[in-house]
Design a protein around this ligand. Structure first.
Ligand code: HEC
Length: 101
């Protein structure tokens, strides 16, 4: 599968998993369907070049995702993935990852 097809597939799954209320449970579902493919659910994740997310500082993760979404931080993969995240997706996913140890 080409990486662009993978991104389209993942973005579709993410839209499907979207829900209204911010919660670590919704975040776990979204992370499991999309982010975990590269980052894993718990440390150490898949490993280099994918940074682990579990147990990281919530503000750091939130800032990084908004920077990827706004393209003030450049990564072809993460700009595509974060581009489709809403604020509530980010809040859900961050509340999941920052609480996993
Ligand atoms: C196709 C693989 C892939 C997927 C899927 C993916 N990422 Fe990433 N992610 C990367 C790579 C590669 C980097 C490193 C990019 C860089 O150098 O800035 C990264 C970096 C990050 C960072 C910055 C970490 C740091 O230490 O600064 C965060 C936060 C992040 N991703 C969150 C997510 C979230 C949340 C999702 C799910 C919505 C996700 N990623 C899905 C590949 C992926």
């Amino acid at each position: 599968m080409k990486i662009t097809q993978l991104i389209v597939l993942l973005a579709g799954l993410l839209a499907f998993a979207s829900s209204q209320a911010a919660s670590p449970y919704a975040g776990q579902v979204k992370a499991g369907e999309v982010c975990a493919q590269c980052h894993g659910m718990k440390q150490p994740g898949v490993g280099s070049p994918f940074p682990p997310l579990a147990g990281r500082d919530a503000n750091y993760l939130k800032t990084a995702l908004k920077q990827y979404r706004d393209k003030t931080r450049v990564s072809e993969l993460m700009n595509n993935i974060a581009g489709s995240l809403s604020d509530s997706d980010i809040n859900d996913i961050v509340s999941y990852y920052s609480n996993v140890h």
